[in-house]
Design a protein around this ligand. Structure first.
Ligand code: BMA
Length: 375
């Protein structure tokens, strides 16, 4: 972190951000949250006032043209000279008995090792979850039945079986221990993009009330299993106003971070118009509910515009009180499916520029900020 950021911290009073909640109202929704989770959430609330943390999905697991061999390689670090502050992982397939790898081929034991590394380095770990379809046996994207959610909530014929899936997720979350054996705090972002209808839990695939029940029963079940190291994130797909944003919201007792997933598919203008609506709405909702807000997933597949990071993405993630923005994965096994830059790509210089902004926190910047805030 450079001097400018430190000066900004000193001038916090003048740099007050309108879109972060009153710090004192920001406490975790879990009354029994671990001290480490509580401290992390508090730090995230405060860091959002100073900059946005950059995140990357599967950053240490693989990148364009390589897979993890234990060297902690990272496309983001290769380009920017520093790791992202936040690391995304996906739990998909943890629900299957004796599952060794997640849906993208990442071995859960390697994931755990990398999560411990991230934690030791002072970074933040965040989970999404693409569970298989418990009714049809298909994957998350199997939307052939609109009975799935009803079948797994209380009273549904698969309720008990689904609780066993949650048990496997709980076991994994509890296995993420630090050097002292304490559970590492992580962001947990289940049943995401719920306003869309491409996952079995999507808007047209279940009743709104059943969705909320599924969410609450999931969190309650994890808590009953002793999982108190999670910071829960609610991440919408598209919406146009606060009413839509709130429609499937399971309640303040079940959510800590609100936000959305957003990808550019068309023009930059279209993307920016969506960013504006979605970020302003999420920020307003976060403010009135005492939560923090984030861009939980984002990107432009293949980064066809070489200055996209600074000219487009930065516009609504910087200076808006956004806690973090997670770029999606750099697939090693799917040509052109990457969202962070890599050294030989035409966007590398621009991603470096984004990472060096005073109001963008990479891992080093986040660590320096924590040190200053703790003083
Ligand atoms: C999607 C794509 C898929 C991947 C899934 C879960 O957006 O990247 O290839 O399997 O996420 O990570």
């Amino acid at each position: 972190m450079n001097k400018t950021i430190l000066a900004m911290i000193a001038a916090t009073a003048t740099a007050a951000c309108t879109s972060t909640p009153d710090r004192h109202s920001s406490k975790l929704c879990d009354a029994e949250a671990t001290a480490a989770a509580t401290e992390l959430y508090d730090m995230m609330t405060r860091s959002a006032e100073h900059g946005v943390m950059l995140g990357h999905q599967d950053d240490l697991s693989y990148g364009v043209g390589w897979v993890d061999t234990g060297t902690r390689r990272s496309d983001v670090r290769d380009v920017c000279g520093d790791y992202p502050a936040l690391f995304g992982w996906d739990l998909g397939q943890i629900e299957c008995a004796d599952s060794v790898r997640n849906l993208d081929g990442v071995e859960f034991c390697r994931m755990r090792d990398n999560i411990r590394f991230v934690h030791r380095q002072g970074g933040i770990n965040a989970f999404s979850w693409h569970p298989r379809n418990p009714l049809t046996g298909g994957d998350s994207w199997d939307v052939s039945s609109d009975e799935v959610v009803a079948s797994i909530i209380s009273g549904g014929e698969l309720h008990e079986a689904y609780m066993a899936w949650l048990d496997r997720a709980a076991d994994f979350l509890l296995s993420l221990t630090d050097d002292r054996g304490e559970p590492i705090p992580v962001i947990f972002r289940p049943y995401h993009e719920m306003s869309g209808s491409w996952f079995w839990w999507g808007a047209k695939l279940c009743r709104t009330e059943d969705y909320k029940t599924l969410w609450r029963e999931t969190i309650d079940h994890l808590r009953s299993r002793g999982v108190h190291n999670i910071i829960v994130a609610y991440s919408m797909a598209d919406y146009t106003d606060e009413e839509e944003f709130a429609e499937r919201y399971p309640g303040d007792d079940y959510v800590d971070i609100v936000g959305f997933d957003i990808y550019q598919y068309g023009t930059a203008e279209e993307f920016l118009a969506q960013m504006k609506t979605k970020s302003e709405t999420a920020a307003a909702f976060a403010r009135s509910h005492g939560k923090i807000w984030a861009v939980c997933e984002c990107g432009y597949e293949g980064i066809p515009q070489s200055d996209w990071f600074t000219e487009v993405l930065a516009q609504y993630i910087c200076g808006t009180g956004c806690s973090h923005a997670l770029l999606w994965r750099n697939a090693h096994d799917r040509e052109g499916h990457f969202y962070a830059s890599y050294p030989s790509h035409s966007s590398a210089e621009d991603m470096r520029r984004l990472a060096s902004r005073d109001d963008v926190l990479m891992l080093g910047g986040y660590n320096s900020l924590k040190t200053s805030l703790r003083r």
